[in-house]
Write a protein that binds this ligand. Structure first.
Ligand SMILES: *Cc1c(COP(=O)(O)O)cnc(C)c1O
Length: 372
């Protein structure tokens, strides 16, 4: 309970409104609940967010990453360059294909892959680069795309946190060989669970449609080995409702972030920088805290301000990556990743915040200055 008895402001607040509920009921009453017309309409609608690229809906963001890698032909013997400072799903999708994960360090500002580190990590086995648009800030695509072109590498954008983020006016998910989005409830828009793959390549889009459905286009005429990673029409109906709201919500996130930027001024606290030409969509509003982060977080919690660390353990230190690396004596040198993992704290920035909530967040963060 907060010290002043006010309710805690949650770190995230998924929206399930009346429209979403009505959409679900409408699909359930139709009797047509598996992948069908709602999924097709959701794909078509989402395409507008990614400059008209082909869109293939699946059952999660992780499935989107996994299937995109498979559709690009990535598998055993290949290496994919991934940031260690991300959600484990980014690297897991690579390992699930049988390919090897090569970790590269991040830029301290954007928290995305550092182009120089990517270039240094390229080997003859490198097949792809996976920029993650972490927290809703786009990775440095203007520098990463030329590196990929120069070395003939595929680019798999993990845009799971970055619906409608952009660099120089081009939306994320429209740069690479393909992009992936998540519709998990805490993301900037959701479909209960769900994911989307985006690609400019019609052939890859067709392969993705086969892979998500047992390799079938015509029923029982299986062309390739595939999985069942279909989205349901129930999910798609929720996603379509949210698609109509995501722009407004994003502007509200950006306005909330601008308010926090203007008013947070505690010594030892750094607000999130935005790269030139980048459109940040603030899936998270992530500050850096110098000094005792645990004490700072405890103080925020006492003040009723939801807060969390994404992600406290870099992926290369998680057991399924750390243990095999230890066995072969591989040590990753990722100083910016380690520093970020030790310093970041995400604050509430979601569109349901009130003016009073924002003031409380600022007051609580600025009171951290007294701890220095
Ligand atoms: C959420 C997320 C994923 C996975 O999406 P799911 O829908 O949860 O499977 C992948 N990468 C990043 C960066 C994410 O935030």
């Amino acid at each position: 309970m907060s010290s002043d008895n006010r309710e805690t402001i949650p770190a995230a607040r998924p929206v399930i409104g009346e429209e979403e509920i009505e959409a679900v009921v409408r699909v359930l009453r139709s009797g047509r609940v598996v992948q069908g017309p709602e999924v097709a309409a959701f794909e078509e609608g989402f395409s507008e967010l990614v400059d008209g690229r082909h869109c293939v809906a699946v059952n999660s963001g992780t499935s989107a990453l996994h299937l995109l890698l498979l559709a690009l032909g990535i598998g055993p013997g290949d290496e994919v360059i991934v940031p260690s400072f991300s959600f484990a799903a980014s690297a897991n999708a690579v390992r699930l294909t049988g390919a090897d994960v090569v970790f590269a360090d991040i830029e301290p500002g954007s928290f995305g892959l550092a182009p120089a580190a990517v270039e240094a990590a390229i080997t003859p086995r490198t097949a792809a680069i996976m920029p993650v648009h972490l927290y809703g800030h786009p990775a440095a695509m203007d520098a990463l795309m030329p590196i990929a072109r120069k070395h003939g590498l595929a680019v798999v954008e993990d845009a799971c946190q970055a619906h409608t983020a952009a660099v120089g006016g081009t939306p994320v998910g429209a740069f690479g060989s393909g992009g992936t989005f998540s519709f998990y409830p805490t993301k900037n828009m959701h479909s209960l669970e769900g994911g989307m793959v985006t690609t400019a390549d019609a052939e890859i889009a067709r392969t993705l449609r086969l892979l998500r459905n047992q390799g079938m286009e015509q029923r029982y005429a299986n062309e390739i080995v595939g999985a069942n990673m279909r989205m349901t029409d129930v999910s798609a109906a929720v996603g379509r409702v949210q698609l109509g709201k995501v722009h407004g919500w994003t502007e509200q996130r950006r306005a909330n972030a601008a308010y926090l930027d203007r008013h947070i001024s505690a010594p030892g606290v750094t607000v999130p920088p935005v790269a030139e030409g980048a459109r940040h969509v603030y899936h998270q509003y992530t500050i850096r805290v110098q000094g005792d982060r645990d004490a700072a977080m405890a103080r925020l919690s006492e003040a009723g301000i939801g807060n969390a660390v994404y992600y406290p353990t870099p992926i290369h230190r998680l057991k399924p990556y750390w243990e095999p690396d230890q066995k072969v004596g591989r040590i990753w040198d990722l100083p910016e990743t380690e520093r970020a993992a030790a310093e970041v704290v995400s604050l509430p920035v979601h569109p349901s915040l009130t003016a009073q909530d924002l003031e409380r967040i600022v007051d609580a963060v600025n009171s951290l200055g007294e701890m220095q």
